[in-house]
Design a protein around this ligand. Structure first.
Ligand code: NAD
Length: 252
């Protein structure tokens, strides 16, 4: 028996790679029709082809979600393709390594534009599209929203990811009961976003042993599993929640 994802229209922001790609494949495998948006046309086309090869239905549009009209363009295109919108997953993001003492206004504006402004505008556009029929939204935040980290050095990212939690709770409060809105806090996940982060294998292993009780990186599919739970009927009584999927990184 399915758990209510059959024929649902799901928009995955940042669906061309990493966690977004894994989420698109996972939701499609449970019968959802997925619309992926992001910056890179070739990556989006690759995901659409992967979904089709697995027997699912998908489409895509390259959209810059840092732009003021990015959220509206993404949602309008998903609705035009799917005829409705039932699910939004915000997985687009950038992770600039900038120590706070070196943080320029330009770095700040860039990181906030996609990681916070883009998420707000996509949530707002999706909520308007879902208002009559209902739906579910998941924001992929980060453990950086709730803890400092000497190694990763990304104050603008942490501020944006913490801001996503405020947005998640406020949208959840205002939009219940029609629309459920939740956030996931991934710990370090094995995606392109970690390219250049602790490149030295010994240093990385030492960091894992020290900070991650489960002592390994997460897999993108492990975040997608949590998303699938939250947007399906299994998660029907969950809204405004902030769920760590982080190998235990934030357990203390
Ligand atoms: N990988 C990790 O360790 C980790 C940990 C915590 C949170 N996250 C969050 O998970 C989400 C997905 O990241 P990922 O790890 O899959 O990395 P990723 O780099 O593979 O995915 C990020 C995606 O966002 C897209 N994107 C970036 N800027 C964009 C823009 N302006 N417009 C449209 N698309 C844009 C990229 O093209 C990419 O496809 C991000 O929000 C990230 O902050 C990742």
């Amino acid at each position: 028996m399915g758990r209510g994802l059959e024929d649902k229209v799901a928009l995955i922001a940042g669906g061309g790679s990493g966690i977004g790609r894994a989420t698109a494949l996972r939701l499609a495998s449970e019968g959802a029709r997925v619309f992926v948006v992001g910056r890179r046309a070739d990556r989006l086309e690759g995901v659409v082809a992967e979904v089709a090869e697995a027997g699912g239905e998908a489409s895509r549009l390259p959209v810059d979600l840092a732009a003021d009209d990015g959220g509206d363009r993404a949602v309008d295109a998903a609705v035009a393709w799917g005829g409705a919108l039932d699910i939004l997953v915000n997985a687009a993001g950038t992770f600039p390594y900038t120590p706070v003492l070196a943080l320029t206004d330009e770095d700040w504006n860039e990181a906030i534009a996609v990681n916070l402004g883009g998420v707000m505008r996509t949530c707002r556009a999706a909520a308007r599209a879902m208002a009559a029929s209902g739906g579910a939204i998941v924001n992929i935040s980060s453990t950086n929203a709730v803890m400092g980290d000497k190694v990763s050095a990304c104050g603008a990212y942490s501020a944006a990811k913490a801001g996503q939690l405020g947005l998640t709770k406020q949208f959840a409060a205002e939009l219940a009961p029609a629309i459920r809105v939740n956030a996931i806090l991934p710990g370090p996940v094995d995606t392109e976003m970690l390219d250049g982060w602790l490149d030295d294998p010994a240093e990385r292993a030492g960091w894992m042993d020290r900070y991650i009780p489960l002592a390994r990186l997460g897999a993108p599919g492990e975040i997608a599993s949590a998303v699938a739970f939250l947007v399906s009927d299994d998660g029907a009584y969950v809204t405004g929640a902030v769920i760590p999927v982080d190998g235990g990184m934030t357990l203390v």
